[in-house]
Write a protein that binds this ligand. Structure first.
Ligand SMILES: [Zn+2]
Length: 198
């Protein structure tokens, strides 16, 4: 075999390997994101509803999962408190326990009850501005990490059907628009990044 043919073959092998790695990253990552609300007030007994409180609730519901030698009860991967603080639930690599047909997705739960008929009974009845800002930031990180498209962002109701979660006041259209813009910006940045190196 000539040197040129060998070089061509090596380039082909390398390209195949790169393509395989990229597609396997997508295959093995989460299928998307499922958004929830806690259907609870923002505070209980004067305390902010938090990931550790939800961990206790889910302990009673038997959602535990062992991952890398540690047991997690909380079914969500992230919780966003009413003050906009993002708390970790179970690790991203650990299968979720938050939606019967969506546990292969990351679960993000915003504290509150965003169902119209619950208005006045609980607080907040819409996500707080701090929660929305935090969600935007979290999506920025996750879209960059997993290359999610807007069609991969679901509400719990969309995947399971038999729930109102995260309520009819949750602005899913706005969130999908964010993801569409984030994905577009990421693509532009990658093109710009490539051309600027030449
Ligand atoms: Zn839910």
């Amino acid at each position: 075999m000539g040197v040129k043919r060998l070089a061509l073959l090596l380039v082909l092998v390398f390209c195949t390997w790169v393509l395989h790695e990229r597609s396997s990253h997508r295959r093995h990552g989460p299928r998307g994101i499922v958004i929830h609300h806690t259907a609870s007030p923002g505070k209980l007994h004067g305390e902010l509803v938090s990931a550790s409180m939800i961990d206790e609730w889910h302990t009673r519901r038997g959602f535990h999962k062992e991952y890398n030698g540690k047991v997690y009860h909380i079914g969500y991967h992230y919780v966003i408190r009413i003050d906009g603080v993002i708390e970790r639930g179970r690790p991203e690599g650990c299968r979720g326990a938050h939606a019967t047909k969506g546990n292969d997705c990351l679960g993000i739960c915003l504290v509150g009850n965003f169902t119209r008929r619950a208005r006045g009974l609980t607080f907040p009845s819409r996500p707080t501005p701090q929660q929305m800002a935090a969600l935007h930031h979290l999506l920025e990180v996750l879209v960059d990490r997993y290359r999610f498209r807007s069609a991969q962002i679901h509400t719990h109701r969309e995947v399971d059907g038999d729930t109102a979660c995260p309520g009819d006041r949750f602005p899913i259209a706005q969130v999908r628009k964010w993801v569409k813009d984030l994905d577009g910006n990421r693509r532009l940045a990658s093109i710009f990044g490539r051309s600027s190196r030449h």
